[in-house]
Design a protein around this ligand. Structure first.
Ligand SMILES: Nc1nc2c(ncn2[C@@H]2O[C@H](COP(=O)(O)OP(=O)(O)OP(=O)(O)O)[C@@H](O)[C@H]2O)c(=O)[nH]1
Ligand SMILES: [Mg+2]
Length: 442
């Protein structure tokens, strides 16, 4: 089976340079066949200048970076070829390397090799994607912390504390005759687990904030026709993107925009004005608007401050009442702003700061969250919630004075769930942990 993989590492676009990556046992052999200088005699980490040939003919003038296993991103022998950024050249080089024994890499295969070879854990692997997808400098910064292993280091102490208590309990179960070992009393278990729960809850809270920073929030702009939803989208993104007219029912399809508000990425969805309509096209748009309400993390319900609320507004107030929402009174330039509890804006005059302030308030991201490593995706946080539940179960068992075996089962679950956050999906082996802590070899 061919195990040396090749792929373009940079974007498939015309550019000054492109990087082609080769990884696997045969990387040096394959590159050597295509390169005009010898790479095999002194196989080492280095930079080489030369020419890539497809057999006889020169394809391009390149720089080769060579990495020897295990000191590379994937942990295997890796060669990176920096060539000129023409897709024609890239295709020819990749074609040549495949002819010489490599195969096209699958999506994410370089990262998955790095993971399986123990170069990175799953948190770091996920961070690579987050870095590439980051839509704000803040998101990029948090992803980088995860990539550097800071997030993993941040949750490691919790895992160690669980292992400590579990080891103590297991030793109490297995070696009750040893008097020099601390007794795992219910009181100790309850106290220790309380501290772990505190830590877990704060990791969850930090993580939820991190997730908002990394992924941004989905915001639906809804309201009846003509209240100024599209004008608001345009004001928020400072661009004339959505069509604005004084004809009710202008917007049909969902119009998307994105803006970074003090480090918070808003993915905005401007929708068709919701009303009873017999127009087929408009009705489809209205259904999409209803769907956006369901999907949104935040609904901005736009009302017209210059007119009294009508039945359509009331229906929308009721339709969105269970969502996290901000009700804004637009067209404040035509109205008296006489209610201090209301958020008045004028999308026309780009006077929307009261809304922007409220959005930031509602998501309550602490300043520290922008520079703090945190578990920050649904997979990681879902597992951390399971850890919390396992700990609660363990604590309840201790409170109910159940047997140590049962407490241990729940703690073991908690330990394994932390382990799974790092990407280990098989049963972890705790015996090493136990023997590392207690000198039982008597
Ligand atoms: N005076 C005033 N007019 C506004 C304001 N915001 C929007 N308008 C006007 O209201 C009309 C409708 O604006 P749109 O932004 O198209 O409203 P919409 O809610 O997207 O309308 P539909 O797409 O039809 O649902 C346009 O004539 C806008 O110029 C505002 O703050 N003040
Ligand atoms: Mg519109």
């Amino acid at each position: 089976m061919v195990n040396t993989i090749v792929a373009l590492a940079t974007a498939p676009l015309k550019s000054a340079l492109a990087v082609i990556r080769l990884s696997g046992d045969d990387a040096f052999n394959i590159a050597n066949k295509a390169f005009d200088k010898d790479l095999l005699t002194n196989k080492s980490r280095g930079i080489h200048y030369g020419f890539i040939k497809n057999g006889e003919e020169i394809i391009d003038e390149v720089i080769l970076l060579t990495y020897v296993a295990p000191s590379s991103f994937t942990g295997e022998d890796v060669i990176e070829i920096m060539c000129h950024g023409s897709m024609l050249i890239v295709d020819q080089i990749i074609g040549t390397l495949i002819r010489f024994g490599a195969r096209q890499a699958e999506r994410g295969e370089f990262s998955s090799r790095a993971f399986y070879n123990g170069k990175i854990d799953l948190i770091q692997a996920e961070a690579i994607n987050d870095m590439i997808d980051a839509t704000s400098p803040e998101a990029q910064k948090l992803s980088l912390l995860s990539l550097q292993g800071e997030t993993s280091a941040h949750i490691k102490p919790l895992q160690i504390k669980i292992a400590d208590l579990l080891s103590l309990i297991e030793v109490n179960i297995d070696y009750p005759e040893y008097l020099d070992i601390e007794e795992a009393t219910n009181e100790k278990i309850i106290n220790d687990v309380s501290l772990m729960l505190e830590e877990t809850n704060s990791l969850l809270n930090e993580g939820r904030q991190g997730q908002i920073i990394v992924e941004g929030i989905r915001v639906a702009i809804v309201g009846k026709p003509n209240v100024g939803k599209s004008s608001l989208l345009n004001a928020l993104i400072e661009e004339d993107k959505a069509i604005v007219t004084d004809i009710a029912g202008t917007t049909r399809d969902v119009v998307e925009g994105r803006v970074n508000l003090h480090g918070l990425t808003l993915h905005l969805y401007d929708t068709a004005g919701i009303r009873e309509s017999s127009d087929q096209v408009e009705s489809i748009g209205i259904n999409k608007a209803r769907a956006e309400i369901l999907e949104a993390d935040l609904v901005i319900l736009v009302l017209d401050a210059s007119k009294p609320l009508d039945l359509e507004d009331e229906q929308l107030l009721s339709l969105t009442k269970d969502k996290k929402r901000i009700i804004v009174y637009n067209k404040s330039d035509l109205a008296t702003k006489d209610d201090a509890s209301k958020i008045y804006i004028s999308a026309l005059e780009k006077d929307i700061s009261a809304l922007e302030k409220r959005i930031v308030e509602i998501f309550g991201i602490e300043e520290a969250a922008y520079s703090r490593p945190a578990l920050n995706n649904t997979r990681q946080l879902g597992l951390l919630e399971q850890v919390r539940d396992d700990l609660i179960n363990a604590q309840n068992d201790a409170k109910n004075e159940l047997s140590l075996d049962l407490v241990a089962v729940n703690l073991r679950e908690a330990y394994d769930h932390v382990f799974e956050i790092f990407g280990a999906n098989n049963e972890s082996d705790l015996s090493e942990e136990i023997f590392a802590r207690f000198c039982l070899g008597k």
